[in-house]
Design a protein around this ligand. Structure first.
Ligand SMILES: [Zn+2]
Length: 156
């Protein structure tokens, strides 16, 4: 991604996503599908990118992880808007609404409250940016990287 090799990056993310899906790690799989989709959109393959994003979100819908579904969905739509892909953003957001309708509203605050300042900025394992609101918290001091599943320790 950093070198601008988006199609290659998309291919790698997609491969990782299938592996993660097989390993029944829906969160990681969904995240990787969305990353792959994002990379394809950056490479100009918008329709294919949206399809991957939908695949990722479907994984979350299948396991009824609606809180994550909303969170990841909103991020994907936001990224499309940021890239000036208005139509694509609208299309994805319509799809999300349809997929989401009739499902329970997300339960707020089911996780221990995140402590943003204390996590490392990047995952020491895979180098992905760590977003405190996206990691899975095990306890107050330990979280799991949303991308590779590595354990992240908070810093003092
Ligand atoms: Zn990681």
């Amino acid at each position: 991604m950093d070198k601008g090799q988006y199609p290659q990056a998309a291919e790698i993310f997609e491969r990782l996503a299938s592996v993660a899906a097989r390993m029944t790690r829906p969160r990681q799989a969904a995240n990787l599908f969305l990353q792959a989709g994002h990379a394809l959109v950056l490479a100009g393959q918008v329709a294919a990118g949206i399809k991957l994003a939908q695949q990722g979100l479907t994984i979350l819908a299948d396991v009824e992880a609606w809180e994550l579904f909303d969170q990841f969905g909103a991020r994907a739509v936001g990224e499309l808007e940021q890239q000036g892909q208005r139509d694509a953003a609208r299309q994805l957001s319509e799809w999300i609404k349809t997929r989401r309708s009739g499902q329970p509203a997300p339960t707020p605050d089911s996780q221990p409250s995140p402590q943003p300042a204390r996590l490392p900025g990047k995952c020491p394992s895979c180098g992905a940016s760590v977003r405190p609101d996206e990691v899975e918290w095990f306890d107050e001091a330990t979280a799991e990287c949303a991308y590779c599943g590595s354990v992240l320790q908070t810093q003092d």
